[in-house]
Design a binder for this molecule. Structure first.
Ligand code: ZN
Length: 167
């Protein structure tokens, strides 16, 4: 499978709520394989379909250091959560920017696998954070949206400098 190009901010597809997946055929399987390859090549721990320019509710995650615990999620949603935790996050669609985000500490996520079978994940720690980050992508939400107003202004200033540099 060829790796895919990762869409970066401020591409509008990153802001569009993605469509529910209803077909679990070869096309979806190929996309998930390509997404996994793309994520591994970019050294990411998660990648959502809108980040490769496909606006459907699909994501891949692998938080393991061995890069051998791939999770493929279709139509994932948080069904319950508890606690609060702050940690530093980054995003393959916003290269070179990291900041501290507060999220739920633990989540229960319901989803389907690549064949349409129901899945339920109970997660805490890094996996819980990654799940929330990827599910946000499917709703057109980026981690920078969860920054305080002041920090968002700092991000915009940072972005301007980046764009200035590349000119
Ligand atoms: Zn991201």
């Amino acid at each position: 499978m060829e790796p895919l190009e990762i869409v970066t901010y401020p591409n509008p597809i990153l802001r569009s709520p993605a469509a529910e997946v209803n077909e679990f055929g070869q096309q979806l399987h190929n996309l998930l394989d390509s997404m996994a390859r793309t994520m591994y090549l970019a050294n990411g721990i998660g990648l959502a379909a809108p980040q490769v320019n496909v606006s459907i509710r699909a994501a891949v995650i692998d938080i393991s250091e061995s890069r051998s615990e791939l999770i493929k999620l279709i139509n994932p949603r948080v069904v319950s959560h508890s606690g609060k935790v702050s940690s530093e996050e980054g995003c393959l669609s916003i290269p070179n920017y990291r900041d501290t985000i507060t999220r739920h500490e633990a989540v229960v996520v319901e989803a389907q696998d690549e064949h349409g079978k129901d899945l339920k994940l109970t997660a805490e720690g890094l996996l819980a954070i990654c799940l929330q980050h990827e599910i946000d992508h499917l709703d057109g939400i980026l981690f920078i949206d969860r920054l305080s107003r002041l920090k968002r202004e700092l991000f915009q200033a940072w972005l301007k400098r980046q764009q200035g540099d590349s000119r």
